[in-house]
Design a binder for this molecule. Structure first.
Ligand code: CTP
Length: 423
């Protein structure tokens, strides 16, 4: 099977990269076997360290068979030390991955404990670390774990997951190990963070993201479920390709991505003003879920209930269509304008209709019906529709959608692939 990144001219999985995989103790440890296999498919070499608790769930033999290397288990093993000393082992990799990252391992990392091979390696290294946490929901939500994770984030430890769902222990909530494909994506992302060419240097790209809030009065507003994740990921991916990125964001809980300008707005009118003020741009990507209507006259004071009176009637007026405005012919039109079509039914037909109606160049269609968990979730399945092509992408993380889309935008802006699908 070809690695999904193999043919991308902007970026491929960096070759010759090595991952040191620390397998912690947890019921999800068995998924590391699939992860090692996926990494091998992408040409990434994996060496494994198995904690004592981890060895209760997977055998060193299976990890060794899949990785093709000795599995290290013991800090004081003469044989292991002869093959590769633990300090050298900790520095031999381009990335250390802790999977599953148990509450215990997170606590040891946060407090700098070094009482076994895994924790000693983690303390002895300056290699980037990615953790895929997995634990019972109460453990994940315990204040101790919350502050350990917060502390680790401040030290630039990367996290992937955990997912929310039913757990092996019968409880439901956050704490499930992310799927191996998602962890693989995060590993590739971490390994290629410095790998892409700065192909978009000198280009300005505008991205809208998140919902808009349309006030009814000072305390109430009309909103939607957009989390902003997809738009933020696209903005970050374009910045990594060297573009100057202006991200115009509605209200979200997401931190501003590093290396780009984020303009925070509340309403559709504010978003439109910020977009227009940010022109000219070489490309515009409208990922925001802009409210179609606003209340004609929002009240300056909180609307009060009056005993016996009917509920207030909302008089709605249409908001400007930011995407259609950007797409309209004129000297300030970006050379590439991309919209999103979030649909719950008849996805492709609605999206094609929007492509024509709004006059943009590409539309990214996605199904946001309730069962898909796309709105607010971390994965997306998209179809890229242009006026001459149709490209269906499989389900992947929003980060991976963003990276592929950024690469495709880069190829288009640099005239390498004008309009067509990625090879
Ligand atoms: N969009 C925009 N300004 C608006 C409404 C939508 O820029 N006032 C953009 C979105 O950012 C997205 C695209 O238009 O890129 C499609 O948005 P969507 O809400 O799916 O389409 P609508 O035109 O609002 O159509 P409908 O709500 O009927 O599906």
């Amino acid at each position: 099977m070809q690695p999904p990144y193999a043919h991308n001219p902007v970026r491929s999985v960096p070759t010759g990269k090595r991952v040191l995989l620390i397998v912690g103790g947890g019921i999800a440890a068995y998924k590391t076997l699939s992860l090692v296999r996926l990494l091998a498919t992408d040409g990434i070499e994996t060496r494994c360290v198995l904690t004592r608790a981890g060895s209760e769930f997977v055998t060193p033999l299976s990890l060794q068979a899949l990785s093709g290397h000795t599995v290290y288990q013991d800090l004081f093993s003469l044989t292991d030390e002869q093959e590769m000393g633990h300090i050298a082992l900790s520095r031999s990799a381009d990335l250390i991955v802790v999977c599953p990252g148990t509450a215990n391992l997170l606590a040891k990392m946060a407090s700098g404990l070094a009482d076994d091979l895994a924790s000693t390696l983690l303390l002895a290294t300056d290699t980037p670390v990615l953790v895929a946490p997995a634990m019972n929901v109460r453990m994940w939500e315990h204040p101790a774990t919350i502050s350990n994770v917060a502390l680790l984030r401040t030290r630039d430890v990367m996290l992937v997951g955990p997912d929310t769902g039913s757990m092996a222990c019968g409880e439901f909530g956050p704490g499930r190990l992310a799927e191996p494909e998602t962890i693989r994506d995060a590993i590739v992302e971490a390994l290629s963070a410095s790998a892409p060419t700065q192909i978009l240097t000198g280009r300005h790209v505008l991205v809208t993201a998140g919902p808009t809030h349309e006030p009814l009065d000072p305390v109430r507003y009309i909103a939607n479920r957009s989390s902003g994740q997809q738009g933020y990921a696209i903005a970050a991916a374009l910045a990594r390709l060297g573009a100057r990125v202006t991200l115009v964001s509605g209200p979200t809980n997401l931190p501003s991505p590093p290396g780009l300008e984020t303009i925070r707005v509340e309403t559709a009118l504010e978003m439109e003003a910020a977009v227009q003020a940010s022109l000219p741009a070489d490309a515009a990507i409208c990922a925001a879920a802009v409210a179609d209507w606003r209340v004609a006259h929002a009240s300056d004071l909180k609307i009060k209930k009056k005993p016996g009176a009917a509920p207030p009637t909302l008089h709605l007026v249409p908001n400007p269509d930011i995407l259609a405005g950007l797409s309209a012919p004129g000297p300030r039109r970006p050379s590439l304008v991309i919209g999103f079509a979030a649909e719950t039914d008849n996805v492709e037909n609605h999206a094609l209709e929007k492509l024509k109606r709004k006059g943009c160049d590409w539309i990214i269609a996605n199904d946001v019906s309730p069962g898909t968990n796309v709105m607010g979730g971390r994965e997306n399945r998209v179809i890229i529709l242009t006026h001459s092509n149709r490209d269906v992408w499989p389900l992947m993380s929003k980060t991976e959608v963003a990276r592929r889309l950024a690469d495709r935008i880069a190829l288009c802006l640099t005239d390498k692939v004008p309009d067509g699908p990625q090879p």
